[in-house]
Write a protein of this length. Structure first.
Length: 192
């Protein structure tokens, strides 16, 4: 069966992340992506994970503790647009799961301007062959505007330096998520 956007996002991460590398989860939420990334980088690597909700940090911390993955995770209670204050080394992969925390407060959502700021902060850090995966849930109020911002950002990246794809089911009801993946080419001449 064709993978869902969520499953495909994990495949795209697994294909490029190796033990010892640095990665980012820009929207920690319930910690599913943080857990995957922490397992992939191993105890010599580092996951920087961000969320604005204390609840997300608590749930994720417990999830990682059960799997003995806490050592390689830095859980940061701050907005992802400030990620440059914490991450300075090359990033092999990053994931954004946009929207609101499932079963959480639906008023706390990612926003177009700050999502773009976070992407702008991340792009210069992206390692050659590194990937930024963005899963856009856009059924909620304001979601379409964020999808539009993300699409424009991705579509505007120069072909010489980045491969960019989108992945979506086009015959499903209720606005299924759309996935974007930005891959920095090995031969990219300049960092943006
Ligand atoms: C769709 S959920 C993420 C789901 C998560 N990846 C998981 O595995 O459960 C989106 C998350 O983004 C968080 N968020 C919203 N705005 C944010 C911001 N500016 N910086 C960091 N996190 C933010 C929300 O609190 C919410 O937990």
């Amino acid at each position: 069966m064709l993978p869902t956007a969520m499953h495909y996002s994990h495949t795209l991460l697994k294909e490029v992340v190796q033990p010892g590398q640095t990665v980012v989860d820009a929207t920690m939420g319930n910690g599913f992506d943080t857990e995957l990334l922490a397992a992939l980088v191993g105890d010599k690597g580092q996951v920087f994970a961000f969320d604005v909700q204390e609840q997300a940090l608590e749930v994720t911390k417990n999830r990682l503790a059960v799997k003995h993955l806490l050592a390689q995770a830095t859980l940061i209670h701050r907005r992802h647009e400030h990620l440059g204050d914490y991450v300075t080394e090359p990033v092999q992969a990053a994931i954004f799961n946009l929207g609101y925390l499932p079963r959480g407060n639906k008023d706390i959502i990612t926003m177009p301007e700050t999502t773009q700021q976070a992407l702008n902060a991340l792009l210069p850090l992206l390692a050659p062959k590194g990937r930024i995966v963005i899963v856009c849930y856009y059924g909620h109020q304001g979601g379409e505007a964020e999808l539009d911002t993300v699409h424009r950002f991705c579509a505007g990246l120069p072909q010489e330096s980045y491969n960019v794809l989108s992945y979506q089911f086009i015959n499903q009801r209720n606005q299924p998520p759309i996935l974007y993946c930005i891959e920095r080419k090995k031969t990219a001449l300049t960092l943006m």
